[in-house]
Structures are given as C-alpha cells and as structure tokens.
Design a protein. Structure first.
Lengths: 413, 413
C-alpha cells in the first residue's frame, strides 16, 4: 500500500509539467516600489537593508551571511547592492538590482562602513535614512561603526513595515510554497517507509534526503535552485523527537534508535527558490496504546478546529484562544506547551503568530503552520503541522499528507 | 589507492578509542566566572545573553532560535535560563545552569520581556545590566520592548568582551574541533571518491552524508551529539563551486553536473558537540590544464606562507599582508577576492580575522581557517582551507588531508 502510494506519487512528481518558477525580476521591482509609501511616510531619503532574508525579498540575491556586510540600498526607484569583492560576480549574476557596488574586504584598511557612508552621501543622503539597522549587526564577530555616526543622518527603523508587507504572499510566492510542500510530502513518505526498529534517526534521514533529492533533480533537470544557504532539496527527519524525547517540542537531534511503542514526531520541508513549507506528523511504532490513541485524537481535534478558524477577518489570537479553550475544557493544560503556529515564507517562522497575544487580522494570502501540540512526559509528543493558506473561502492545505492515526503507524514486525 | 586510504581511515575511525567528549559542567561555570572581571569593570549588576552561540558557550544549552526569546542571565555566581514553556524540560535536561525560569509563550497576553524584567528586578538589578543586547533581536518576526524601558536600568554592551574570551580555545574545545576535522576528512575522502562525470553535486553530497554518518554513528554508538540546529554528522560538498561557477567563492548550490576539465572547490565539516572545523580543497576533473596547474601552484604557495605565518606574537594582519604581497608581486591581483581566513569554534566564522585591518596579536589556542584563494573567471576558483591551531611553536594542522594536486585529481575515464 505504502509502496503503491509512493510509486504513484513519485511518478506524479516526475510527470509534473508545471515546475515551479523563481520569482521574476518585475516582482522584486514591484516590492521595492510598494515600500516607497512607508519611506515617504517616514521621511527618509533612502533605505539600507542588512538581514539576508530581507535582501533576498527585495532583490532576489541569496548569499552566505558572514562577517562581511552586505546591504541592499534603495534610493527612490534606484537600487544597489553593496557587497565585498568576493561577491561581485555572484551578485552581478543573480541580484535583480540596478547596480552592484563593492568594497575590498572586512575589516581591511578602510572599514567598509566608511565606504558605504560615502556611497550613501553620493546617493543624496541628507537628514534621514530607513531600513533594518543603523549598521550591520554583529554577525560572526563583525564590529563596526554606525552609519548615523559616519553620515550625521538619523536612522529610522522600517523593518516592521517591511515585515508587514512580507506577511501577505503573492501568487508566485504561494506557488513556490505549494511546490515546497509537495516535495516535503514526498520526503515524508520516504521517511515513513524507511523508519524501522533498530535504525537511527540520522541514518534514516540521510537516506531519505539522498532518495528524495534524486527524484527532485530528475524532475527539475537542473532547473531547481534552493536559494538557501546550506540546505538543498527535500528533507524529512525527527530532530530527536523519538520516544520519550518527543515530549520536548524543540528537541535537537540525539541520534536516537527507533524502538517498539515509540511515539514519533516528524518534520519535513524543501527549500524552493528561497521559500519554505512545513509538514509535521505524529507517528507511532507499532500498535498504539490507549494513551497514545487518546492523546492523538485530542491533538487531531485541536488541529481540525484551529485550521477551520483560519479565515479572513478573524484575528490570529482567536485561533489560539479556541485551542486553549479546548485544552482547558478537556483537562489537558498540563500537556500544553506552545501557541498554534506561525506564518512562513523566506524564513521558517515569521509573523504574525497564531497566539493569544497577536491581534493581527487574518487576510487572504497569509500562510500559517497550524500545529497545536500535546506533550506527555514519558509517553511523548503529539503534533501535526500543516501549512495552510488563508483564502476568501475555506482554508486551503498546501501540505497534503494523511493525518489519521491508522495511516501513521510504522510496522514493527 | 583511494580505496586503501579510505579503508584504513574508516577502520581508524571505528577503532579510535578516545572518542570526543562534550564540554564539562565545570568549564561552563569557569567561563561565567571569567566574565565577572568584565562585569565588574563595567559596573553591571547582572548580565543577559540572547545570541544562541553565546548561550551555548556559557551554559551548554543548544536550541532552535525562534520568535520566542531565550536568555541566559548571570547575577554574580548565579545563573538562570529564561525560556518559553515549550523548552522547560529540554533546558532542565541539558543546560548547565542553577535554574530554569519559564514564561508561557510569545507574544501571549503578557509579553515575555515584562516577565523577564520582573525576574531581573528580583535578582537585584539596580542601575545597570550588561550582555549582548538591550532586548531580544528581531529573530523571525519577534517584536518587543527593551529591558531598559521596562526596568529603568541602563544597558552596557559586553558582547565584545565575551567575543574576545571566545577567541582563545580551551584544550577541551580544541579536542572537539580536532575530532570535527577528523570526520570532515573522512567525509571529504568519500566526496572525492564518489564525484564522477555526469553525477550532480546534490546527489553526491546526499550520498556522502549518508555514508559518513553511518560510520560516525558506528564509532560513537549513540554518544554523538551535534549540539547544532539543523545539522548532524560529517558532511562534504561543493556549494555550487563546480567548473566556471567555482570562481564565485560564496556560490550557493546550483545542482551542477560534473564534467571533464572542471575545477572544483569543496567544503567539509562535522558539528561535534557544538564545535566546527573547516576543510576545503581544490580538485580537478581529469588531467589538469597548464592554466589549472599554474593557478593551483600559486594557491598552494600562498597557503604555505600563510600557515607558516600563524605564530604567537605576530598580528593577524601580517598574515594577510604576506599573502597580498605575494599576490601583487606575482601579478595575481585580478584573481584576488578575499582575506586569508577566520577564527572558528561554535560558529563557522568568528573573529579575529586574518585580514590587513585586524591587528589582533595571535596567541596559542587561537584557531584559524587558512584559505587564501585565487579566482579566474572561466577557469574557476583555487582555494584550500585548513583549520590551524596557533601553538607556542609551529602552527598545527587540525585538518589532515592531502594538499598536493596529484592527490586531488578526480579520474574522468
């Protein structure tokens, strides 16, 4: 049965004709144009963006963040990328900006921040500039002066404005996250199939990554790009959430060995031209105990009610309220550990959050991981996560994987 | 030949009796004690640390950084970890601190920063506190008030003091990085062996990770912990540095297919109880051309002179000066792209840097990646990286892998 499903899905993946496409140059331009309203409201002459996901969002340039500052600068309709010498050809080949300006190295004889300050003055910086920091953050041991010290302009944070813009996804972004979810599902099928008593999580995960990657590369024939630093291709694993350790929602890998009766919590994703999805499932090794069945059923009920609550006009808080009310009314408060979920896009987590303290109104185009969990020390963790799109009508699953217990039992014999 | 070397190394790994050990509780305590001098000099009542590698350095707690703040607080000899509810059991099991204090969730009805401010007041916060930030940085969409607003104490940055402390490694740290380098070497052997014309980088990397992981797990029998978020076990790959793309030193994965004549630049590492090493090699697919031999020879000469310059009492700048002088005198300035290297430890890059602008004096116990590179558009990139320990006498290689061209040719027939 699992083999048939796997084989059909694998063929489907290979036969899929409409492969995902990277974000187009026009969309990067349009994003920068949309920011202009916030820039005008803040009265800034130009903007400077440091965080790698923000540079990627505004220019399409994905890079390895190091001690060497990289900044996207916008001045009205003009855009430039400020990079160290070693990134010049890379930026020229991949960044959707008007021009690339480089500095030799960090820290070098002249600190790059001084060169950037000169560049900003040449671009017309007078009284005030915006962006996500008055200087490069202390990444990997970086040290340096603030731009406001070097230019006598003042800094006005615009990161919240940009974050708010990033919360609602465009159709092209949703398409990439949907494709990410498709490959996360494929990796998860392989994970479920390869997990067995006596094997270790690292062993199974490495094998799954190799197999799923091969399928993705066969489908994309060289056109696939993760646009992600350090990760490529579909991946699925456990992050230590095996047996009693699955009661730790943010466990790290412990290279546990699977045993009969273990409760398992999985995770699967695939970077797709910079974008991510999240798929998680609770599985059980062998016939579930009554306690496992009971916790699983409550978890599924919680996820059902939370997904159904993801509708435009409702607040993010109301989703978490609904879950917390159920938890309280069913005497499950001791098993509660965290809010319901988070937005997802170029980062694995981003705001708004499905949390009683987040009163953001949900809008079509927002995406959420919906992942209420129950954690019972000794027994394990119970959490599914699906990536859900808020639409004008019913919430839509971007992840597509069986949710019922009978389909999530790993045979032990 | 490669098979014999591989087999001997694999047996060596399995037979290795002195497996690496995690940092002991006493060393975490000793690190916090050493910080007290800086705290007294700055006149702070207590310290608050947010960055995950700093929390790991001071407490041994590795975690997934998200929108939920996690802080290590020290007040004199007392230490506590402030975590969201979902990390309580995880922190209690793994953090070397006196106690764990939790808040329900972020943002929740009462913002966690308000609860932390109360905790700090109870710990005796009066006029001033130190650490690496006056509030949690904007990780994954986090927003919140500063602690100085909530406590009326002022914030004094101590991150540079801690960074300086982290620059010199203890014997236990060096042992972990040496063990990381040993497994990086093993992964690199597999990478070299499996790379072949017509295969793709992602395919080979996934295969190598699976094989090398299996060997490490066999050697450690369950005692291995990466203490790293999202990575586990030995890994080796190309990050897109294949053929002409290898001329981009910070290329990202492009899923390139290997072809005859390609210049390749590799990278290999292994997280080992939180610590990293770096091993990189330039390889050629088939018989190298004269141009490849020439660039390779210059690169090797540069690395030789740079490694030899890593001696106590000399400045970091002097190493980079020596390389830049050679580059200039041999007419290679067009091929220069970046400084010589960086310190390495709990992060892949950290200060000081082997750069003309970094005048830090080298000391025994400092580690450097020594990786001068030459980049020739069309032909490719030429860079080895070794992880080198500064000692009282000669610089010591922690990485151990052939450096000469004849040992780095991938057969193409």
């Amino acid at each position: 049965m699992a083999d048939v499903r796997q084989s059909a899905r694998a063929q489907g993946a290979r036969a899929h004709s409409a492969l995902a496409q990277p974000i187009e140059a026009a969309e990067y331009r349009e994003r920068r144009e949309r920011l202009l309203a916030s820039e005008e409201a803040a009265g800034v002459d130009l903007t400077v963006w440091w965080a790698n996901h923000r540079v990627l969002y505004l220019s399409g340039f994905a890079f390895v963040p190091t001690e060497r500052p990289i900044a996207l600068v916008t001045a009205g309709a003009e855009s430039l990328l400020f990079v160290p010498r070693l990134e010049v050809e890379h930026a020229e080949a991949y960044a959707h900006v008007d021009r690339v300006v480089s500095y030799p190295e960090y820290p070098d004889r002249v600190h790059p921040m001084r060169l950037l300050a000169e560049e900003l003055k040449a671009l017309g910086l007078g009284r005030r500039f915006g962006g996500d920091g008055d200087g490069y953050p202390k990444v990997m041991g970086y040290r340096g002066p603030r731009l406001s010290e070097l230019t006598s302009a003042e800094f006005e944070p615009l990161d919240d404005a940009l974050e708010t813009m990033m919360q609602v996804k465009s159709p092209a972004e949703v398409a990439l996250i949907r494709e990410s979810a498709r490959w996360a599902g494929r990796a998860h099928e392989l994970l479920q199939e390869r997990t067995a008593v006596g094997r270790s999580e690292t062993e199974v995960e490495a094998e799954v990554a190799a197999l799923a990657n091969a399928e993705l590369l066969a489908a994309y024939q060289g056109a696939y790009r993760p646009l992600s630093w350090g990760r490529s291709g579909p991946q699925a694993g456990y992050r230590g959430q095996i047996g009693a350790h699955s009661a730790l929602p943010h466990s790290l890998t412990i290279n546990a060995v699977f045993g009969p009766g273990d409760t398992l919590v999985t995770g699967a994703t695939c970077p797709m031209f910079g974008y991510w999805s999240e798929l998680e499932r609770t599985m059980v090794m062998g016939e579930p105990s009554d306690a496992q069945r009971d916790a699983f059923a409550h978890m599924l009920a919680l996820q059902d009610l939370a997904i159904d609550a993801c509708r435009p006009g409702r607040s993010c808080a109301s989703v978490d309220e609904a879950v917390r009310t159920y938890v309280r009314e069913h005497g499950l408060s001791d098993a509660w550990r965290h809010h319901v979920g988070h937005n997802i896009g170029l980062r694995y987590h981003e705001g708004p959050f499905l949390d009683v303290g987040d009163h953001t109104e949900m809008q079509p185009g927002m995406l959420f991981t919906v992942e209420p969990g129950l954690y019972l020390p000794g027994l394990g963790g119970f959490r599914h996560s699906d990536t859900i799109l808020v639409t004008e009508s019913a919430p839509e699953f971007l992840t597509d994987y069986p949710r019922e217990l009978e389909r999530l039992i790993v045979p032990v014999s």
